[in-house]
Write a protein that binds this ligand. Structure first.
Ligand code: SF4
Length: 317
């Protein structure tokens, strides 16, 4: 059974004007040792400190899963929602409180299985949200069940003979949605790339979908092992409009200049399986943003009453 919890921040409006990364963490993360969620949390804290976001001006929304514990650990408003529904809650919040920075944290099961309908439609609606999809290729919280991104043939407690179907690719799926405006991939074991990607995603106007490949030493310890050990198996997509992190030049020899505005090349790169690719696949800020289209000008209480009375008068007999 899913639980709903609302966490309220404990920061006063008059808190110190300059916050360090550690000021954005409320308590120690309860994940297994070596879990990639720790790295994601660290990158998020660095981003919040760099942007000096006020805890009372932002919200973290999650669904259910290991990574969905995020709102409990970030010093901000938080909503630990129900399974697969983080995007609906976040979209509603952004529509009613457009001045807030809204972040969404989901796992692969949460986003691409039970929440798949919301994922596709939120991508198309393109609300101004920063969306982190932590993909460990398994349902970890429920102890090793096959998720849509589990590699074909991989054994779990739900498919002991191996996953029957090819894995769903979240990049290809998101890039196939009309009005998708930002799609990126990064990995928890490349912290400089993860941090740089989050900065670009946060700066983007629209629905920034970031797939973070996340190590789960408990249940899928081997799936990213080759890439963690050997950087030559990874190609970085670099561009001034995307991520081009100088500190990674020595470590990652395979680099490809990719203009994130090129949707055809983005789709083609997402389909290739010869190497793992990290970077911004697609980015275009010219697409309609739902919270801007639906923005309502504030009206006074008197005006609201006047409009209501006018509406009621239509039915007067
Ligand atoms: Fe992290 Fe996996 Fe442990 Fe969940 S089960 S906390 S994803 S290592």
């Amino acid at each position: 059974m899913s639980s709903i919890a609302i966490s309220l921040l404990d920061v006063a409006e008059d808190a110190s004007p300059c916050l360090a990364a550690e000021d954005y963490q409320t308590r120690e993360g309860k994940w297994c040792a070596g879990c990639g969620d720790f790295g994601a949390l660290n990158a998020v804290k660095r981003l919040l400190a760099k942007e000096q976001l006020r805890p009372e001006k932002m919200a973290f929304i999650s669904g259910i899963g290991c990574s969905s514990r995020f709102p409990h650990y970030v010093n901000a408003y938080g909503f630990h929602g129900i399974h697969g529904r983080a995007l609906t809650i976040a979209t509603g919040l952004k529509l009613t409180r457009p001045e807030l920075d809204v972040f969404v944290v989901m796992g692969d099961g949460d986003c691409t299985s039970i929440g798949a309908g919301h994922w596709i439609h939120a991508t198309r609606y393109n609300p101004n949200l920063t969306v982190l999809m932590l993909d460990n290729n398994i349902y970890g919280l429920t102890k090793k069940q096959t998720s849509p991104t589990t590699p074909q043939g991989y054994t779990s407690f739900t498919t002991p003979r191996g996953s029957y179907l090819p894995a769903l690719d979240p990049l290809q799926a998101t890039l196939g949605v009309s009005n998708a405006s930002f799609v990126a991939q990064t990995a928890d074991w490349v912290p400089a790339h993860l941090y740089a990607t989050l900065q670009v995603a946060y700066a983007h106007k629209g629905f920034s979908f970031v797939r973070i490949l996340q190590r789960c030493p408990k249940f899928t310890a081997d799936v990213f092992a080759d890439n963690v050990k050997n950087p030559d198996n990874t190609e970085l997509l670099v561009h001034k409009e995307g991520v081009d992190e100088p500190s990674l030049e020595k470590l990652f020899k395979a680099r490809r200049e990719h203009d994130p505005k090129d949707i055809d090349q983005a789709r083609s790169l997402a389909q290739k399986t010869d190497k793992l690719r990290l970077g911004v696949f697609f980015r275009n800020e010219s697409f309609p943003v739902y919270d801007e289209i639906r923005a309502v000008s504030p009206v006074s209480a008197e005006e609201k009453v006047r409009r209501l009375n006018k509406e009621f008068d239509r039915y007067a007999v």
